[in-house]
Design a protein around this ligand. Structure first.
Ligand code: FNR
Length: 347
């Protein structure tokens, strides 16, 4: 009984070109966030980047009670997912090596809908190792990695990549053409910032239409950058010609931002729902604490007093139970996770 956890499941075509997707986010885009995003209306969810070498050598285990699938090394989870999200989960790989990327993709494709290559991370550790935005400077290697992933997984598992724009539009168009001409990707996400740009800099959304036109119907182009809700998604569609958008920070602050009715209240809905679900799924406490802190820090729905109380309780809590004692003082606060998972299964 319990959720299906075998590797036999029916794959459906992956709908990259519709709706709003949850962006890959290290630490923030973990399993409970993804499940709440899907429940709220996200079409697809990206996993946080996992570097090829980190995944290779992991052991895959299935929790017989919750169905959670973990890829772990020396008992430390590297990637954790739930079968409920499998048909809409895109696994993002960080790589600068075609063989290692293929090996990582082969290990995990059975549990995900598609494989994505991170070609946009501007952080020193990535670029220095030739990964992330480092690949934008070496498009031949970028394309070789994509081809290698494509060859490693069955045809029904789509391959995609996520890039940033280059400072020059001509260079960006040339890069995009080279990537699309490999013929191996189904989707290209364009984060409308250049590698040196910070998140607080406004995304260069006005530059996307030319890219969408250049790609034509060969590959789905997904916009990323500064989309916060359904309303802004619609404006971006109108301005750029894309049909789908990807949301990062707004979803980190509130994973229900995908809802057509607008985001749900953080204090009364999102935070308790997150805590209950995460507790039921036995999601590691340190990550839960981090994600709850993001929800708490950036939720305008929280009153000043509540936010201060939440932060204080979170800062000192070393477990789910301690959080309850310091915050709600009512252990029922953590009950009902199994029912939430059931709701998500049916959503
Ligand atoms: C990111 N981003 C990111 N991108 C990526 O390709 N792989 C990753 O693992 C991460 N990790 C990550 C963590 C956190 C906490 C943030 C805020 C961002 C970048 C992200 O996917 C997205 O491209 C940018 O945040 C721009 O989108 P928004 O925030 O303007 O919607």
């Amino acid at each position: 009984a319990g959720p299906s956890s075998t590797s036999s499941w029916t794959r459906m075509p992956v709908n990259y070109g519709k709706g709003m997707h949850l962006a890959p986010m290290v630490r923030s885009g973990t399993m409970p966030t993804r499940l709440l995003a899907l429940e709220a209306g996200a079409e697809l969810v990206w996993s946080p980047e996992t570097v090829d070498r980190a995944l290779i050598g992991c052991e895959r285990t299935v929790d017989p009670v919750t169905g959670v699938i973990s890829y772990s090394k020396t008992h430390r989870p590297v990637f954790t997912m739930h079968p409920v999200e499998r048909s809409r989960l895109i696994f993002q790989i960080g790589s600068s090596n075609a063989e290692l990327a293929a090996e990582a993709a082969k290990m995990v494709y059975q549990d995900v809908a598609g494989i994505d290559l991170n070609c946009g991370c501007p952080k020193h550790f990535s670029v220095h190792a030739g990964m992330g935005a480092g690949l934008l400077q070496n498009p031949d290697n970028l394309c070789a990695i994509l081809k290698s992933i494509r060859a490693a997984v069955p045809a029904e598992v789509p391959v995609s990549c996520k890039i940033r724009m280059l400072p020059s539009q001509d260079d960006t168009l040339a890069l995009v053409r080279q990537i699309v001409d490999t013929g191996v990707i189904s989707c290209l996400t364009v984060h409308c910032r250049t590698p040196p740009m910070r998140d607080r800099d406004a995304a260069l959304i006005h530059r996307l239409r030319d890219i969408v036109d250049a790609v034509g119907s060969k590959v789905v182009v997904v916009e990323n950058g500064d989309c916060t809700d359904c309303e802004s998604a619609e404006k971006i569609r109108q301005a750029t010609g894309v049909t789908a958008v990807m949301v990062a920070r707004a979803a980190e602050a509130n994973p229900t931002c995908f809802s057509a009715d607008g985001p749900r209240d953080a204090e009364t809905y999102v935070i308790p729902r997150y805590a209950r679900l995460a507790k039921y799924l036995d999601h590691h406490w340190s990550n839960t604490k981090f994600c709850l802190m993001q929800l708490t820090s950036s939720s305008p729905a929280l009153g000043k007093r509540s936010r201060a109380q939440w932060k204080a309780a979170l800062a000192t809590a070393k477990s789910y139970e301690e959080l309850v004692l310091q915050w709600e003082k009512d252990i029922n606060f953590l009950e009902g996770g199994a029912e939430i998972l059931e709701d998500i299964t049916q959503a």
